[in-house]
Ligand binder design. Structure first.
Ligand code: NZQ
Ligand code: ZN
Length: 387
């Protein structure tokens, strides 16, 4: 096991009607709020009205930054920074999913920085401060509600890049599973796959003697695998939505990679796809992850055997390790198909024309992933396996 420091200050306020507490929690962070949200789902569900009422009741003033789109853009972040400076905003509230939260985070560390906020995404500057952020989460998926990272796309060159710092961990996240009942089936499945991928990125490690976190990761993966089909069949069931929502946060709050080196190759390879083709991140992962597994499994067969046996119930007597692993990957693919996701690029109309370009971009600042470091040629091969 590796040495580690674990720190996560995000207060989780979970359950029915918790959104009414948002004003009280925001008041601890500031008095002039930037309210960030997406394309309108929070207005349709009534959450917007509750949030605004709660802020107003606490005497907080707010300015709005609506219109965050999935795979959020730098342009809107810059607009948010401008608004914060003009109105002397001192705290930011994100109401929505990963795209909204990531926009809020980037505005939060963009405001006190005099240079170009994109510097942080190119490792040209280090995040040293940020406005405090609160979250009301509406989709279990990205885990951004308590993660120390954010992902933004720069329109020029379609560069989708991540930045990380503990300064951007939200101070609180309000999570009422009832608000996730309005999620369309496709978004539910994409979100669940992102959660599963966050667990798998951590599970596929070369670090040894990490049995405790292995077991926690397996439990979380089994939970997502079991409950997602149930949520698709019973979209209004609060208890099913609650299981997925809490698992989604724990999957990405860094507790489950304590003491182990996680991979993140599949995420890097996927980000190039969602940057260029604007697909849902979870759908991209459903395509990339199995291909990544096929490509790298020989660099650590015992771990892939363990995954097949413990997570997908492949019998150890199934055959040689190679056959067990192949069967495990097959079961993962069948599972992803069963929840309505594509597992090949060709299914969503993507051909090989940009493989080389995406592989170059993904590895521009060094090899991708830690389980088996991947160079441009490897990444291109993985895109081909995913075709
Ligand atoms: O914009 P609105 O109208 O709110 O609609 C959204 C959006 O169209 C809709 N939605 C959200 N909650 C809903 C709802 N529709 C009905 N009912 C609800 N309750 O869902 C759509 C997707 O929203 P988005 O915020 O894009 O989803 P998600 O949470 O999956 O975030 C994806 C983004 O997060 C990044 C991804 O790369 C992607 O850009 N990630 C961020 C991470 C982080 N910060 O730690 C880690 C992840 O690995 C990921 O890369
Ligand atoms: Zn993800």
């Amino acid at each position: 096991m590796e040495n580690f420091t674990y720190y996560n200050p995000a207060r989780i306020i979970f359950g029915r009607d918790t959104e009414a507490q948002v004003g009280r929690e925001m008041k601890k962070l500031g008095s002039r709020v930037l309210l960030v949200y997406g394309g309108g789902s929070i207005k349709r569900s009534g959450l917007y009205d509750t949030v605004v009422r709660s802020l107003t009741n606490e005497g907080l003033s707010y300015v709005e930054l609506p219109g965050v789109q999935p795979n959020p853009r730098l342009g809107l972040v810059q607009e948010g920074v401008r608004l914060c400076r003009e109105h002397q905003v001192d705290a930011i509230l994100a109401v929505g999913g990963g795209s909204t939260i990531d926009t809020a985070k980037t505005v939060a560390f963009g405001v006190p920085y005099e240079g170009d906020v994109w510097d942080f995404f190119e490792a040209k500057a280090e995040i040293r401060e940020a406005l405090p952020i609160g979250v009301v989460l509406t989709i279990p998926a990205a885990g951004s509600e308590s993660s120390d990272s954010c992902v933004i796309t720069k329109e020029e060159g379609l560069l989708k890049r991540a930045a990380a710092s503990e300064h951007m961990i939200p101070r609180f996240a309000i999570m009422n599973p009832a608000f996730t009942c309005t999620l369309p089936a496709y978004q539910t499945a994409c979100g669940a796959t992102d959660i599963l991928a966050h667990l798998m990125e951590r599970y596929f490690t070369q670090t040894t003697h990490v049995d405790f976190t292995d077991r926690l990761l397996e439990a979380a993966m089994r939970t997502i695998i079991n409950y997602t089909p149930m949520a698709l069949e019973n979209p209004e069931n609060y208890d099913i939505r609650a299981e997925i929502m809490w698992a989604g946060t724990v999957a990405h709050n860094n507790l489950l990679n304590t003491g182990r080196i996680s991979d993140w190759g599949s995420h890097g390879i996927e980000h190039e796809l969602s940057a260029l083709y604007d697909i849902a991140h979870g759908a991209g992962l459903a395509i990339v992850f199995p291909a990544w597994m096929k490509y790298v499994c020989h660099a650590g067969m015992p771990r892939f055997v363990q995954f097949a046996v413990r997570v997908f119930g492949v019998d150890l007597a199934f055959g040689e390790p190679e056959q067990i692993v192949t069967q495990g990957i097959r079961r993962l693919e069948s599972y992803l198909q069963s929840i309505g996701l594509p597992i090949r690029l060709s299914e969503i109309g993507i051909d090989e024309s940009h493989f080389a370009e995406m592989a170059e971009k993904a590895t521009k600042s060094g090899p991708m992933g830690r389980f088996l470091p991947l160079y441009a040629q490897d990444v291109e091969s993985i895109y081909r396996l995913a075709l």
